[in-house]
Design a protein around this ligand. Structure first.
Ligand code: GRF
Length: 217
């Protein structure tokens, strides 16, 4: 069985979109299952959604640990029970150190709410509006030790409109996150997308399925 472990910190809408795709598309028939959700915040709404869907959910509260490494060790203890094929960061708001990242090479994915390499870090929507860009979007990438800098897997593009505020723009982008992220997770789980020597490898058809454009506002 190819296990997927999802790390969250909050509402977990990306986790839910992945879990719903897994169900709708019968990933289980391909030997792929979402085995566990871990939140670093006890109150994360995504934990309830996981439990409602019958997915094992755990909390590793970062506040209970003195160092990032000790917090990561506690997560790794849970994660390693599943020997996961993919570890999905879905709104997980802790920076992971090399200690964690180097243990799972080519297996950790993140979704970032901007078209990388533009707008790494936080407040991406406000910064995109301030910069006056006409397009914005989201990026799924492999996680590397440097923040928001790992090899890109897929991107989705949305327009930026003169009447936008950060919330409107975030909402437009999030709709595409929910399409792109399940596809990317599935593609890595099946092996049609791989990290090789720091670059993403896939065929043209897979690349097209991981490139989305939404001109609708
Ligand atoms: C998304 O905008 C994602 O791009 C960013 O954090 C947000 C998570 O939302 N990394 P959710 O918890 O999946 O609803």
């Amino acid at each position: 069985m190819k296990n997927i472990v999802v790390l969250i910190s909050g509402r977990g809408s990306n986790f839910v979109s992945i879990a719903e795709s897994a169900k709708r598309e019968n990933w289980l028939d391909e030997g792929i299952q979402i085995s566990c959700v871990i939140s670093n915040r006890p109150g994360a709404a995504g934990l309830d959604r996981a439990r409602e869907m019958g997915i094992h959910a755990e909390v590793v509260d970062h506040k209970l640990f003195d160092t990032r490494e000790a917090f990561e060790d506690a997560m790794m203890q849970i994660i390693d029970r599943y020997d996961p094929a993919v570890i999905v960061l879905a709104g997980f708001m802790r920076v992971l150190t090399n200690h964690f990242v180097e243990r799972y090479p080519g297996k950790i994915l993140n979704i970032h709410p901007a078209l990388l390499p533009l707008f790494k870090g936080l407040d991406t929507h406000a910064r995109a509006i301030a910069a006056g860009v006409r397009v914005h979007g989201c990026t799924v990438h492999f996680v590397s030790p440097e923040l928001d800098a790992g090899a890109i897997i897929g991107q989705a593009v949305v327009p930026v409109l003169p009447s936008d505020d950060p919330d409107k723009l975030a909402h437009r982008g999030l709709k595409l996150e929910h399409v792109l992220y399940p596809r990317a997770v599935h593609a890595v789980a099946t092996g049609s997308v791989k990290l090789v020597d720091g670059r993403t490898e896939m065929d043209d058809e897979t690349a097209l399925s991981l490139t989305l454009f939404d001109a609708a506002a």
